[in-house]
Design a protein around this ligand. Sequence first.
Ligand code: NAD
Length: 497
Amino acid sequence: MKNVPLYLAGEFVDSQTSEWIDVTNPATNEVIAKAPCTTDAEMRKAIESAGEMFKTWKEVPVSERARVMLRYQALLKEHHDEIAEILAQETGKTFDDAKGDVWRGIEVVEHAANVASMMMGETVENVAREVDTHSWIQPLGVCAGITPFNFPAMIPLWMFPMAIACGNTFILKPSEQDPMTPMRLAELFEEAGAPKGVLQVVHGGKEQVDVLLTDPAIKAVSFVGSVPVGRYIYETGTRNMKRVQSFAGAKNHMVILPDADKQQVINALVGASVGAAGQRCMAISVAVFVGEAQQWIPELKEAMAKVRPGAWNDSGASYGPIISAKAKDRIESLIATGEAQGAKLLLDGRGCTVDGLPDGNWVGPTLFSGVTTEMDIYNEEIFGPVLSCVETDTLGDAIELVNKSPYGNGVSIFTSSGGAARRFQHEIDVGQVGVNIPIPVPLPFFSFTGWKGSFYGDQHAYGKQAVRFYTETKTVTSRWFSSEATSTEANFSIQLR
Ligand code: NAD
């Protein structure tokens, strides 16, 4: 049994707490580690050490900060499979999917290595006589990140490399359900040459998060997780005068027009709905079949029925277990509600078993048709391998349906019509749109731009928007007198002359 350490003031240390949270292997429900509920004194130490370190880290030249990121991305690549194995064991993800989680994080580190060009300010010469103005982009100070269980490599890597490359120091509070992957990321960060104290990692739940949300030394908070917690983080953080970006839950639709390629549609729906057991914020959970495309539902059912979950190292498994027994019970109860509210249960994943792993949190692929917008399975984020099929007559009806959803993380359209795709992209009220791509997660030179109830804040994750989020703009106006033009009179106006 392993106690997960804290990363405090540059040392990996055992917490002095008496409260520990079980970390379980979701394929067996065995306890594989214990994560500490960081004490108040340890939280204080993390914040003070990050504050102290900021004074020196912000003075490190931007190219040196970028070089730390270059070394870090090389080390992460070198240890890619090893990190993916730790990740697969604590999340249950298949090895392939775990590797994808690590890889998409590495891409952000690569992007962070280009920070200098993203931190360039602006200059205008001669804004008045002998007066020039330039702006600088400066770091904020101590920033904090609170991350969810479902991407324990990618999401911490969305945050701390960008924040630290900008010259900030960072306190990470990863999910208590899979804290070992982020700890490995922290070890490698130090190995890459990041000075001790630039990154701190604390563990726990609401109590520890509340310290980060209220301590005046924390200047900005990045959060990724569920809707109720996301709202709470945004409200509490901003009430405490912090900059907050809060990425929350989702309900993503895929709209299928009858002119789409049927096989591509079926492949995309199966992978995007049950991949990672549906535990992705960009998973497709609603398929909107327009007109005659509805005839493809039986073939979709046939394809989904062939898919099975299994252990992370079972190469025949398409996805792994649900993260906890509690989350599995919630999914099963939502399936029961769907049936009770009148949806047609075409495939029932309840009671799923996997040979040799009788205690895992398994849910089989589940498919509903005839789903309507009043049903709980349409409105709730199920976060399981459950796909709801909704039928509409026209593309216009499909767009109206999607736009009424309170969420706006991702959406996609499958069609062979450029005109239909263009109309869809233009009219849809969702922040990330795929055309014949089911999960349109942007690469890090763009930003992750969820909308509506899927995001609270204004600057999004990674890309140029992350640089804006983690920095402040300072605008300097200066006059250097040359002998002829020097004014000898006092100026009582605000106008620059
Ligand atoms: P969660 O909200 O339960 O937990 C997220 C983090 O918040 C964890 O670190 C947790 O310890 C902390 N936390 C939990 N309860 C808290 C409370 N009451 N007060 C303060 N902090 C609290 O989310 P999860 O179950 O770990 O992750 C799944 C959710 O994350 C899904 O809703 C999914 O859609 C969402 N998600 C969103 C995105 C996105 O980019 N929009 C990406 C990934 C996951």
